[in-house]
Each structure stands twice: as structure tokens, then as C-alpha cells.
Design a protein. Structure first.
Length: 248
């Protein structure tokens, strides 16, 4: 089989241009088509199918519901998220610095609630497909606070066996996270598809010969295709947090 050669490309999606679902208890911004929002040319980037930026009001959340055949990664940003599932994981609390991978496999039911009576909670939920179907459903957590404190990009969910990361059942996907000091620079992975999401703060993405990046603000995202290893530099004055997916 002949390998497909990808044309280098970059697409910046500004925070305010994302699709949005807003209810009395949920404010959710979608990087890709999701739920009732459908755009035929905006369904994924590489293997990344969902990147939802969710905020739940106090004492609200997603009641028990089901998923199948999906690897779901949850990244808490603010507050606390109470997760309950039927796959033996029981009930546990997610806070910033704790990453969770839920393998839906043949089928799993779970709920996600904000246990605080008054404070909102914010978390990023991301989906990639597994590389094989029919897996046993399950949940894995990892506290990556200590390794994040060392700076740079840290693998937090990996299909290739990185230390400290939760395991993805997808060998062509790795999620990197970075809590960057002011002016700290990191090199993004060189992969067919890279998706950068600015969780907090901002910075500048230098893509070399590719035009169209430049300054990025909170909740901006960038879709890179065969773009080499661009450098992201956190802006001065405040800390910055980013999430970076590399996929085949």
C-alpha cells in the first residue's frame, strides 16, 4: 500500500468561533461538530473527534448515560468533577492535575456531576477512537501534578506506553499537557496531525514557513497538518496551560 503524503497546513480556530451549547446548567464550547451542531467540514482533526470545553454550574451535571467504542479523556481545569461508572471504578473526584481515561469498549454507563453547591467546574473532554473494537470497559486515573510542575510538555494520555500517562487503546495517539511559566518555549511534536488547545493564558506559535499562526489567547486552538515541530512560547506576565494531541 502506498503511503499518503499530507500537504503541510495550519488552521487557527479562535475561541469565539467555536460551536456552543448553552443551557441553564451547562456552557459547552465545541472545537468540532458535536450533538445538534453539525458542520460537514468540521468533524475531526486526525483521530481527535471531540474536544469540548465544559463548564457546569454547582450541583448540576450529566446524569447517567452510555458510551460505546470510544477512548474519552477528561482534563479538569477548575473546581471538582465527580465521576461515577458501572465498570468497577466506583465514584471518584477529579481535580486539576488528575487526568482520566474512560474506555467505553463494548459499553459503559457513567455520570459526571459538579458536587459543589455554588462553585462552577470546568473541564476539557476529548475523544479518540480505539484501534480495536470490543474492549472491556474501564477507567484509569493518573495524578500528573508533580511532573507538570517540572515544566515542558508532559505526556498525560498515551497509546505508546509513556510513563506517568494513562493508557490509550489507540497506538497512534498521545495527549501532551504543559503548564508553562511566562516566556517558556516548548517544541510541539512532529506528527501527521497535531491539535493545540490553549486552556489558560496565551502565547505565540512560530510555525516557521507556514503562515497563519502568531499570537494565541485562552481557548484558541490550532490544527496542524504535517507541520514539522513548531515552537509555542508562553506570553509574559502569567502562567499558560496547553493541551496538545498528536495523532496519525
Amino acid at each position: 500500500m502506498q503511503a499518503t503524503t499530507l500537504d503541510p497546513g495550519i488552521k487557527v480556530v479562535r475561541a469565539g468561533d467555536r460551536l456552543r451549547t448553552e443551557t441553564s446548567w451547562l456552557d459547552s464550547w465545541h472545537c468540532f461538530s458535536y450533538g445538534r451542531h453539525y458542520e460537514p467540514d468540521n468533524t475531526h482533526h486526525g483521530l481527535l473527534l471531540v474536544c469540548n470545553d465544559n463548564q457546569l454550574r454547582g450541583s448540576t451535571g450529566f446524569a447517567e448515560h452510555s458510551h460505546q467504542e470510544m477512548e474519552i479523556v477528561t482534563w479538569p481545569v477548575e473546581g471538582e468533577l465527580e465521576h461515577r461508572d458501572c465498570a468497577g471504578g466506583g465514584t471518584h473526584a477529579l481535580r486539576p492535575g488528575i487526568v482520566q481515561r474512560l474506555s467505553a469498549g463494548r459499553g459503559i454507563r457513567h455520570s459526571e456531576m459538579n458536587p459543589a453547591g455554588w462553585a462552577p467546574t470546568r473541564y476539557i473532554e476529548m475523544w479518540v477512537p480505539p484501534d480495536r473494537e470490543g474492549l472491556d470497559p474501564g477507567v484509569e486515573l493518573a495524578d500528573v501534578s508533580e511532573v507538570l510542575a517540572g515544566g515542558g510538555l508532559v505526556p498525560v494520555a498515551s497509546g505508546v506506553g509513556h510513563d506517568h500517562a494513562v493508557t490509550l487503546h489507540q497506538t497512534q495517539a498521545v495527549l501532551w499537557a504543559g503548564r508553562l511559566a511566562p516566556d517558556e518555549a516548548v517544541m510541539l511534536p512532529d506528527a501527521p496531525h497535531v491539535h493545540l488547545f490553549v486552556v489558560l493564558g496565551g502565547g505565540i506559535l512560530d510555525t516557521g514557513g507556514l503562515a497563519g499562526a502568531g499570537p494565541l489567547e485562552t481557548c484558541d486552538s490550532v490544527r496542524l497538518t504535517a507541520a514539522g515541530s513548531p515552537v509555542f512560547t508562553a506570553r509574559s506576565g502569567d502562567a499558560t496551560e496547553i493541551l496538545v494531541w498528536e495523532t496519525g
